[in-house]
Design a protein around this ligand. Structure first.
Ligand code: PLP
Length: 566
């Protein structure tokens, strides 16, 4: 703060610098639809990266002075996505400041860094304008140029062609994922399928050059939080059969499988009932939402994104609603479709989907014709605290992204561990969940990666829409006056499916393609969840018993052994 200005009673001016500095860490991931927001992001990335590296180096110098020959043996830095990728040039810069040559510093940095990719979404792969980077950290830009030049030279010397898919600097932009790949000794995806897609697709050119760098580390979740803290009732039930120890060694859950019997199924259902009652009480207390624990709980909780297809879930609700009104689906047990989701601040379509689902909820919940048979709940401000309440109460876990789009998913693992069956596609870690727990204990639907690839160039969503009247009526609620569309956002959603947009082909996430098999699988899962006998509870318990692989203890151990060398 400028105390001189303060004493001159120019208070706003006096604090301007202080406020600007505090903005850097006020919110992570600020809206970046405009230039100011993008610059704040870069400042955020650079400050956090540089501070971390300077802290690491200060500790290192206490032990070794400025002899950096031990650095990569003692320090491993894992780039969690490309957001901290500036760490590579920044470390090189800091080492050069201390007397190393660029080449020496580059080789050390490459041994220190490894990079985890978290998405194949093109729009999420960061590319920063050099001018933007220069406005924040010009010294780092100079190092990035040197890294780019080193790579070009290496390619030239090897007689290899530099395709656009390899350009770290392309025109005026830096491709941060390529920078992270070139400046790291290991790169990994976060589920088997995702890691294969990286090699075959997104990073194919890099995989050709450096195949030995590519690895997989399937994501995990911590059972201390996602079982121990959020579901002590289920913990006690598990311990009553296999004792304790799974809290620190989740593979021990496997011992539960041979003990599954009718008594365990009955106790499991009692626990599930308790968790539903607790959730209903919390919904009433915090949101004044009235919900009965007698229903089947069909849950989709995750960030709101087109590729996650909450949209398809909404369509299925409208279809089921329509059929119930027509007297069909008479044997469908009472069910709640429960959503939790936030949209990124600049993501207009995602916000329109939230509004649409809320309007669907209003309409369905107020209709006496379906009363007590179909409920729709959208929990506002979804976060970890809500997740801890919602996940233990779920019967059905919706993991419905088109095959090849969800890198891993971790919500799927939390729900599995709490005894929900997966209603999902062969995508991300769903593939491994089904491998572990058995296809017969889950509800898998939809096209595979290969099938989607095969239809990609001839895909005609409109033809599917025109042939399926239930689907057509559901989609048309966006434009037929069923719901008010004051700003045209619903019409835009309708167009995105049938006409596409300037930046994508019609229905680029294959909602029309997967809808029919999704609806069939969903109705089957809801029926099974309420069927007499213990068949469904057994499926839930089989999922719990085979969730051992999805502990983050296993994930971290693999990073430590296979990448960090500790
Ligand atoms: C686990 C979790 C996620 C990730 O969920 P996915 O279904 O894997 O996308 C997102 N938000 C919160 C609050 C979570 O707890």
């Amino acid at each position: 703060m400028d105390f001189g200005l303060f004493n001159d009673q120019a208070y706003a001016k006096a604090s301007a610098d202080k406020n600007r500095a505090e903005d850097i860490t006020k919110f992570l991931y600020p809206n970046d639809t405009r230039k100011q927001g993008r610059q704040l992001r870069v400042r955020q990335q650079y400050v956090l990266v540089s501070a971390s590296l300077q802290d690491i180096l200060r500790g290192y110098r206490k032990r070794h002075g400025n002899d950096y020959s031990f650095l990569s043996g003692e320090v491993a830095a894992q780039l969690n996505d490309t957001h901290p990728a500036m760490a590579i040039p920044e470390l090189i810069r800091l080492l050069q400041e201390d007397g190393l040559s660029f080449e020496e510093a580059f080789l050390i940095a490459r041994d220190v860094f490894a990079y985890t990719n978290h998405t194949v979404m093109q729009e999420a792969l960061e590319k920063w304008d050099l001018s933007l980077l220069s406005s924040v950290c010009p010294e780092v830009v100079a190092v990035i140029r040197k890294i780019d030049a080193r790579f070009r030279k290496e390619m030239k010397q090897a007689g290899k062609e530099l395709s656009p898919a390899l350009c770290i600097i392309e025109g005026r932009r830096v491709h941060m994922a390529w920078l992270a790949t070139y400046g790291s000794h290991a790169i990994n995806g976060v589920a088997e399928l995702h890691s294969e897609i990286l090699k075959k697709d997104v990073f194919a050119a890099w995989y050709q050059l450096y195949p030995e760098r590519f690895q997989n580390k399937t994501n995990g979740i911590t059972q201390r939080r996602w079982l121990g803290l959020c579901n002590p009732e289920l913990c006690d039930l598990i311990a009553s059969r296999i004792g304790h120890g799974f809290e620190t060694d989740l593979d021990r859950l496997a011992a539960l499988a041979p003990t599954i019997d009718d008594a365990l199924c009955d106790s499991f259902r009692a626990v599930k009932r308790t968790k539903k009652e607790q959730l209903c009480a919390e919904l009433l207390r915090r949101e004044k939402i009235v919900l009965s624990p007698d229903l089947v709980f069909d849950v989709q909780v995750k960030r709101l994104h087109e590729y996650k297809r909450q949209f398809m879930n909404a369509l299925s609700i409208l279809a089921i609603y329509d059929e119930i009104k027509q007297g069909k689906q008479a044997d469908l047990p009472p069910v709640v479709m429960l959503f939790g989701a936030k949209a990124a601040p600049g993501y207009v379509r995602a916000k329109a989907v939230i509004r649409w689902i809320n309007l669907i909820a209003e309409k369905v919940n107020a209709d006496p014709a379906v009363k007590d048979r179909l409920k729709v709940v959208f929990v506002p401000n979804y976060n970890c605290s809500w997740a801890e309440k919602i996940i233990p109460a779920a019967d059905i876990s919706e993991q419905i992204s088109p095959a090849g789009t969800e890198a891993s998913g971790t919500g799927n693992m939390k729900l599995m561990l709490n005894g929900a069956v997966t209603l999902g596609t062969f995508d991300g870690a769903n593939v491994e969940i089904v491998q572990e727990a058995g296809r017969e204990n889950n509800y898998i639907f939809g096209a595979t990666v290969e099938e989607l690839e095969a239809i990609r160039d001839t895909y005609d969503p409109k033809a599917i829409y025109e042939k399926n009247p239930v689907l057509r009526r559901a989609l048309d609620t966006l434009v037929d006056g069923t719901f008010p569309d004051e700003d045209g956002a619903f019409a835009e959603l309708h167009d995105a499916i049938l006409k596409g947009a300037s930046w994508h082909k019609p229905d680029h996430y294959y909602v029309m393609q997967d809808f029919e098999s999704y609806l069939d699988a969903k109705l089957q899962a809801i029926r099974d969840a309420c069927a007499p006998g213990n068949a469904f509870a057994r499926k839930c318990l089989e999922n719990i018993a085979h969730a051992g692989k999805f502990s983050s203890d296993r994930t971290i151990r693999q990073y430590a052994k296979e990448i960090w060398n500790v």
